[in-house]
Design a protein around this ligand. Structure first.
Ligand SMILES: NC(=O)c1ccc[n+]([C@@H]2O[C@H](COP(=O)([O-])OP(=O)(O)OC[C@H]3O[C@@H](n4cnc5c(N)ncnc54)[C@H](OP(=O)(O)O)[C@@H]3O)[C@@H](O)[C@H]2O)c1
Length: 310
């Protein structure tokens, strides 16, 4: 598995992360097989969040591998906090100091580990007090509970606001990105045009992250819309599938590999987060790190998804 650096840190991470949001659907044996296969493939970076399966995903994961210090050292573990499910079932966002610290303690106990390699703040909290986040991060770092910090679904100004108060660099930003959800790429291509693709919905987050050594982690790399389903093989995207299949045949690999290779071809050195629980599809995604699309292939696939060039 190809390695990249996490942000500007010395930590080497695999170019593809394994998302564990859907592990809640597996029984213990299947979960164990899945995680062991990932490790065998060199996919040892696992992405969690305290809200996945209401905490069950982290528990299922650590039970599946019989977590202990020897197993733990083979892995890079990332989790997220900041989405709070209240007693009445409503969901809020909470980046207050005590909530962040309490959340990390919950994550560590469910994952049966003493530390997280990376903690991300899951979704922007409108009521964020950056001073409180700074205090929480200082305590989590000095106690050894968290080694690196990042965010998710944040735009440049929000990152800059936080960073102004933090003593640690924000090294990752997890964002929705796939061939069919490529607005962060297309707004940079259609600058100042009178078309929808020119709309900047993210404050030029792609360029900002590149300029500031923040690793972008594309989530839902195979989904169209917001969890609307996989675009591969979907009859809503005939041209896209044709273009992907053509390149797949050229390389003698699956469509999954090519869809992943399309994200990896972008020079921002992103770390896509896969969501599959299928070991064959996971291996197909990992294979994408061994091939490189040509410029023509990349643009053909981009256009075939309905993305436009001026
Ligand atoms: N930061 C955030 O706000 C945020 C939000 C959402 C997700 N995430 C993270 O991102 C990870 C990935 O998200 P995701 O699960 O939506 O990603 P995804 O990989 O785009 O979608 C995974 C789903 O699509 C199916 N699938 C994937 N490839 C397929 C293919 N080639 N053919 C048919 N079905 C395919 C999988 O089924 P099978 O299991 O059967 O393959 C699974 O149900 C999550 O696990 C989580 O860690 C983060």
């Amino acid at each position: 598995m190809r390695q990249i650096r996490l942000g500007n840190t010395e930590l080497k991470i695999p170019a593809i992360a394994v998302g564990c949001m859907r592990i809640v659907g597996l029984d213990k044996k299947a979960a164990e097989n899945f995680v062991r296969t990932a490790l065998d493939l060199g996919a040892n970076f696992f992405d969690h969040a305290d809200i996945y399966g209401a905490g069950r995903c982290e528990e299922i994961f650590s039970d599946a591998v019989g977590m202990n210090s020897a197993v733990r050292e083979q892995m890079i573990l990332q989790s997220k906090c900041g989405i709070k499910v209240r007693a009445d079932g409503k969901t809020d966002f909470d980046f207050s100091r005590d909530y962040i610290i309490k959340s990390v303690d919950g994550i560590l106990s469910r994952l049966k580990t003493d530390y997280l390699d990376v903690l991300l703040l899951h979704r922007p909290d409108a009521l964020v007090e950056p001073e409180e986040v700074a205090e929480a991060f200082d305590r989590l770092q000095s106690s050894g509970k968290v080694r690196h910090f990042g965010v998710s679904n944040q735009k440049p100004m929000q990152i800059q606001l936080l960073q102004r108060y933090l003593n640690q660099p924000l090294v990752a930003n997890q964002l929705q990105l796939s061939i069919t959800n490529a607005t962060m790429i297309s707004n940079g291509i259609n600058v100042n045009m009178l078309n929808d693709s020119a709309v900047d919905r993210d404050g030029s987050v792609l360029d900002f992250c590149r300029m500031n050594d923040i690793t972008i982690q594309p989530w839902s790399p195979f989904q169209h819309g917001f969890f609307k389903g996989v675009f591969l093989g979907h009859d809503k995207f005939p041209e896209l599938n044709q273009a992907i299949d053509l390149v797949a045949a050229d390389h003698g690999v699956s469509n999954t590999t090519i869809a992943m290779a399309w994200l990896l071809r972008h020079p921002a050195k992103m770390q896509p987060v896969t969501g599959t629980m299928n070991t064959v599809r996971l291996a197909d995604s990992v294979k994408a790190t061994e091939i490189e699309l040509t410029r023509d292939q990349w643009y053909d696939i981009y256009r075939a998804a309905g993305n436009i060039l001026p």
